[in-house]
Design a protein around this ligand. Structure first.
Ligand SMILES: [Zn+2]
Length: 198
């Protein structure tokens, strides 16, 4: 069957929502491990949100974890995808009214959203020169510069797909006839010398 550009793009979008779920899970587990607790302390990973139970002594780490997440996600996705972190400490008694704790967390998360990329702005990464996307060089799915991508015949029109969207299309294709998906920790080489998150 002819694999049309539209069908490929639809598959990339489906794979993208799956990827966002997966990214939340990986980020939640990463936060747990960074705070010195087992990955199982990351719970309630639903709809791109997650909760992680950590010792009160780790709560101060939230700023450095946010800065690290911002750096990794900015590099991978630019402004299209970010994860905000917020933390509250609660006593055992306070936890019995979890709703109040959750509401405070939501409030702090709202403040965080208003300060998106603060760490990147401070480090100057946010203002690093970006390549101007020349006509025909933009990714047909996400619109970002696709110099690293490949060119495809899109129903008679040559269009570029960035490496990220191409890999999501690939994931979408593989998900169609897969029963399992296995997560493993990236090796040092795959991390490219960076702190890994997968
Ligand atoms: Zn793209």
């Amino acid at each position: 069957m002819h694999d049309t550009g539209r069908r490929r793009a639809a598959r990339a979008l489906r794979a993208r929502s799956f990827y966002v779920q997966l990214l939340s899970l990986v980020a939640a587990r990463w936060v747990a491990l960074q705070c010195g607790v087992p990955a199982g302390c990351a719970f309630s990973v639903v709809g791109g949100r997650f909760l992680v139970a950590v010792p009160a002594s780790s709560v101060g780490a939230v700023e450095s974890l946010q800065a690290e997440l911002d750096r990794i996600l900015w590099k991978a996705h630019g402004p299209t995808l970010s994860i905000g972190l917020a933390a509250v400490t609660a006593s055992g008694d306070a936890l019995s009214n979890f709703r109040a704790v959750y509401e405070e967390l939501q409030q702090r998360l709202g403040v965080r959203k208003g300060q998106r990329y603060r760490s990147l702005a401070r480090s100057g990464d946010l203002f690093a020169p970006q390549a101007v996307v020349a006509a025909g060089r933009a990714c047909r799915t996400c619109g970002r510069e696709a110099g690293d991508g490949r060119e495809e015949d899109d129903d008679g029109v040559a269009r570029r797909v960035c490496a990220m969207c191409a890999s999501l299309e690939e994931l979408g294709r593989e998900l169609l006839d897969s029963s399992y998906l296995v997560l493993r920790e990236a090796g040092a080489a795959e991390r490219g010398g960076e702190a890994g998150s997968a």
